[in-house]
Design a protein around this ligand. Sequence first.
Ligand code: FE
Ligand code: ZN
Ligand code: FE
Length: 236
Amino acid sequence: MNSLNNLLAHEIKDLYSAEEQIIEALPQMIEKAQNQELKRTLNEHLKITEQQKKRLDKVQKLLEESGASIEEEDTVCLGMQGLIEEGQKIMNEDMEPEVMDAAITAAAQKIEHYEISAYGTACAYARELKLKEVEKLLQQTLDEEYEADGLLTELAVGGLNVEAESGEEEDISVRKIPEGRKKGRTAARKTASRSNASGNGSAKKSAKSTRTSKSSSARKTTSRSKTAKAKKSHAR
Ligand code: FE
Ligand code: ZN
Ligand code: FE
């Protein structure tokens, strides 16, 4: 591998394998997800992923035309393999539905972050090599991965808000929240909306459990113990 051109060709093969593995793994995640919005988001991304795989075929053709040597043997993306295995392992555990959704969201975001990193690099190589069309195609996928990640973040944060506000007559906005905690929450939310590559809802789930346990009535005991479980499972 003596040129950036060939290195890019290798990365594209790696990404091709990554996308193939994602196409195989997503149906199980969709099936296990309880939250309808999460199901829909993952389903939508499955369709997009199929397009991304086709886009990589085009990229590979363009690279060949530009003189890159395409490796004969199939590359297996070991990074994606690990991320998917990790996700499957946690999904096979016995969990409350809400906790399962949090775990699935976390696994999906790890996958998106990997892709954002890999496509970002490939895009930069294409730019360096002045392969305009290749760059454009890769950028398109990169944008889609960012968007998927953003949607997952919104879901994680949005679900949190709904639960905090649902069914309680008490106006939580006027309850006294210790200064330190209030600041922490704002910071967490800012990070979530600002960065496409932000961490997922797991951390925020824990933040929520602190909040809801303060405000909960006896009615919420069940959901509180669920959140406690969520917290525990994320701490592992
Ligand atoms: Fe993808
Ligand atoms: Zn890889
Ligand atoms: Fe993706």
